[in-house]
Ligand binder design. Structure first.
Ligand code: C2E
Ligand code: MG
Ligand code: MG
Ligand code: MG
Length: 286
């Protein structure tokens, strides 16, 4: 049986590989066209403050919907944008949009409790010599307070570009821009490195949140001690991926002060996100 299938298996694999490569090229083309037309959609996922009992900020997340492949997930198109280098202009475009969004909120909805918006910066950006200059240029041209922008850098980006990332963080921080360490728990960083950088927020990756909230029953409180250490150094700790009440209760007990998860809000188009954030400014969640 297996012998008879042998040649077929090889053929089928080759067909799948060809299709995968062609899909990738195709998505790269879609990204190029979308970029040329300023066509990326930016969604905003509201972030909940536990002590303030309302939404205080949001994360900007890129969307690629309505293509011939339907909606393409960031898990698929971001790596392609990185491989092709398109991520660089995509990020500047997204940052520009986020600055306009913040400017609009400040001008038109001065009472909205939105303190800041965060933008993801991927590893590839750290190979750009003019990264700090261009980033600051976009923020300053928009006329918003730089403190309204937070830049998210993943733990693995930080580890693999420590010197460049450190000098970028210090330069931008000087100008008032804030930083989040994203996907903490997935990148094997040296804790002392993290503690010495001015990171305003440490975002615990959802895998850590899910795992730790399961394990807590066994008395595993390592995470609580880690969170205390971050807080002692002046960082706030955010829990990503909170989907259930029991995860919410766990992260509250663990000392996190911010929550980003589907239990509170999904990533939403700008207008809708602002509505959701604005509502809690008036009506406190029970
Ligand atoms: P990330 O920066 O860690 O963003 C958080 C991801 O977690 C988002 O996925 C968000 O929708 C998802 N998420 C939030 N709460 C929950 C939850 O309760 N449960 C679950 N299962 N997921 C939750 P998304 O939008 O699919 O983005 C995935 C990744 O793609 C992001 O991870 C980020 O690394 C990357 N990405 C998205 N937009 C951009 C962008 O504009 N630039 C760059 N460089 N990367 C981006
Ligand atoms: Mg992020
Ligand atoms: Mg994250
Ligand atoms: Mg993540």
């Amino acid at each position: 049986e297996s012998k008879r299938l042998g040649p077929n298996v090889v053929c089928r694999c080759t067909g799948d590989m060809v299709r995968a490569i062609s899909r990738k090229h195709h998505i790269a083309d879609i990204l190029r066209t979308t970029l040329a037309n300023d066509g990326f959609d930016t969604h905003y996922q509201p972030i909940w403050s536990i002590p303030k009992r309302r939404f205080v900020s949001a994360e900007a997340l890129c969307r690629l919907d309505g293509t011939e492949f339907g909606s393409i997930s960031p898990a698929e198109f971001i790596p392609i944008a990185e491989e092709t280098g398109l991520i660089v202009d995509m990020t500047y475009l997204t940052l520009g949009k986020v600055c306009s969004f913040v400017k609009n909120v400040r001008d038109e909805h001065p009472d909205a409790p939105l303190e800041c918006v965060s933008v993801n910066f991927s590893t590839i950006l750290f190979m750009q010599n003019d990264l700090a200059e261009r980033t600051l240029g976009i923020i300053e041209d928009s006329g918003i307070d730089p403190a309204s922008i937070k830049i998210e850098i993943t733990e693995s980006t930080l580890v693999s570009n420590l010197d460049t990332a450190r000098s970028f963080i210090l330069t931008m921080h000087e100008a008032g821009v804030q930083f989040c360490l994203d996907d903490f728990g997935t990148g094997f960083s040296n804790i002392s490195t993290i503690l010495e950088l001015p990171l305003d927020i440490i975002k615990l990756d959802k895998s850590i949140v899910w795992h730790a909230s399961e394990r807590e029953r066994d008395g595993d409180d390592f995470l609580k001690h880690l969170i205390s250490a971050f807080k002692a150094m002046g960082s706030e700790v955010l829990a990503e991926g909170v989907e259930t009440e029991s995860q919410r209760a766990f992260v509250e007990r663990s000392g996190c002060s911010l929550i980003q998860g589907f239990l509170f809000a999904k990533p939403l188009p700008a207008k809708k996100a602002l509505e959701v954030i604005g509502e809690t400014g008036r009506r406190v969640r029970p």
